[in-house]
Design a protein around this ligand. Structure first.
Ligand code: SF4
Length: 473
């Protein structure tokens, strides 16, 4: 969970000269973005629209005429953080519009902060922009329309999230997202591809595909074919991955469920047209727990599927998240989970102790697991997985990897990521100081050492920044 106030660098700056040329100072909006990458993309869309309309996006409460808070309501701690952020904005500025997931529960917000100007729910872009218009009318000046074609981004210039759909058709018992965001609504593939092309043209080198359920992409549109680059392209996971693979950028898939048709995209990974990386939130390894969770895939099939994927693409990195202490979880079911992770040998894993979410169906299940048992199981799980992750990282020592440099530190060393590392959630590759390192550029690194989460390396001979995105094995 991250709380980001809009940094000044995230917007196209209006210069002093531009300002002098305007008839009046543009209305100024402050923005606080909370929650997951999907919420971040919502924030970017809202900011893009506001910027198009001539609003200045400012980084402090003092400088803002109004503040928009994009909230998260996924779990209780997220609700708390959202309410706290609204309280801070009210205290520091006083003119606050609330949007995002928690916006779907207006009474919770109004109970604590009755004087917010407006509350809108998730994906209600028009509504939140309309609320800004009502309380702070725009002063559009076409000569000051400085929005870049790729829109306003909160991520560094070299990577960007690409949201391909909203909502979800599943009803996992621990989750309330479908009740807040509704059923699956996919964006037509040509629309997604136009956005992806704009991003790449603006210098983005890595596209991170996100949604609630990436594998289900296009099902609501019956995988309709759409025109793109003089051909018809299906609005489906494989249609999208094939097209994205032509752009010359890294393409990383998040929130993929192991349905049978995911098999179709593994050859694209083996051919390095998209990154050999899958973020699959498996949540458990016991079939009976998965049934109680109403998860969209079964454990035994998943192990076989992973094995087959690795035969086709041996370098495939799999990251996942798991929940321990789900209601009714027995010691035997927990042991099944441990056996599952031992067999699956996943690369990156997160583990959460189950925490009930207000309104989730799982709250009605019997057999709540005591907190100390949940924590004890989480500890055992992480210990078992740490050995697996450490060994898999150590296997990379001595190899050459292509990396994307995120940052060059003051001492000249680099913080980079390989195909195995998604930003913010995975480890990094730490590169020894070298004058040729450039943030936002690809480099080739020889791996010299590994730790529990990260790799260390030296810049290889072809490590100078380059345009190629071929992945070095
Ligand atoms: S797949 Fe399950 S956990 Fe994920 S958004 Fe849909 S209902 Fe929630």
């Amino acid at each position: 969970m991250s709380r980001r106030k809009t940094p000044a660098a995230a917007v196209s700056p209006a210069t002093a000269g531009d300002r002098a040329a305007s008839h009046a100072a543009p209305p100024r909006v402050g923005f606080v973005s909370l929650g997951c990458p999907k919420a971040l993309v919502d924030s970017e869309r809202i900011l893009t629209q506001l910027k198009v309309e001539g609003y200045d996006i400012v980084p402090t409460y003092d400088a803002a005429d109004i503040v928009v808070v994009n909230t998260c309501g996924f779990i209780d701690s997220a609700v708390e953080e959202s309410l706290e952020a609204i309280g801070e904005a009210m205290a520091e500025n006083g003119r606050v519009i609330v949007t995002g997931c928690l916006g779907a529960r207006e009474q919770v917000i109004r109970q604590k902060h009755p004087h917010v100007l407006a509350v809108t729910g998730p994906q209600r872009y028009e509504e939140v922009v309309g609320a800004v218009h009502r309380h702070l009318p725009p002063q559009h000046d076409p000569y000051l329309d400085l929005v870049p074609p790729q829109g306003v981004k909160l991520t560094p210039r070299h990577y960007a999230y690409l949201k391909i759909s909203e909502g979800c058709n599943h009803r996992c018992t621990f989750c309330i997202i479908p009740s807040m965001r509704g059923d699956l609504v996919s964006r037509p593939v040509d629309e997604v591809m136009r956005e992806a092309e704009r991003l790449v043209a603006a210098g983005v080198k890595e596209l991170l595909v996100i949604s609630q359920d990436t594998s289900a992409y296009g099902a609501d549109l019956r995988y309709a074919a759409r025109p793109w680059r003089n051909r018809q392209c299906a609005t489906s996971l494989s249609g999208l991955c094939g097209a994205l693979g032509e752009l010359g950028a890294w393409v990383r898939l998040h929130y993929v469920y192991p349905y049978a048709h995911v098999d179709e995209i593994i050859p694209l990974m083996a051919e390095r047209r998209i990154l050999p990386y899958l973020d699959i939130p498996l949540q458990h390894g016991s079939a009976s727990v998965l049934r109680r969770m109403k998860r969209p895939a079964a454990a035994e099939g998943t192990l076989m599927r992973i094995e087959r994927w690795r035969e086709i693409c041996p370098d495939l990195t799999i990251r996942s998240t798991f929940i321990v202490g789900f209601p009714g979880e027995t010691e035997r079911e927990f042991d099944e989970l441990l056996a599952f992770i031992a067999a699956a040998r996943l690369d990156r894993v997160g583990c959460f102790a189950y925490s009930p979410v207000d309104g989730a169906a799982a709250n009605r299940l019997e057999g709540a697991v005591p907190e100390e048992v949940k924590e004890e199981r989480r500890g055992r799980f992480m210990e078992a997985q740490a050995t697996i992750s450490r060994t898999r990282l150590a296997d990379k020592v001595g190899r050459s990897l292509q990396v994307l440099v995120d940052e060059v530190r003051a001492d000249g060393s680099g913080i980079a990521r390989s195909s195995a590392d998604a930003p913010e959630i995975d480890g990094v590759v730490i590169i020894e100081p070298h004058a040729a390192l450039r943030a936002g550029q690809f480099a080739t690194v020889r791996v010299t050492a590994s730790s529990d989460h990260d790799l260390m390396g030296v810049l290889g001979e072809q490590g100078r920044a380059g345009g190629t995105v071929a992945i070095v094995r």
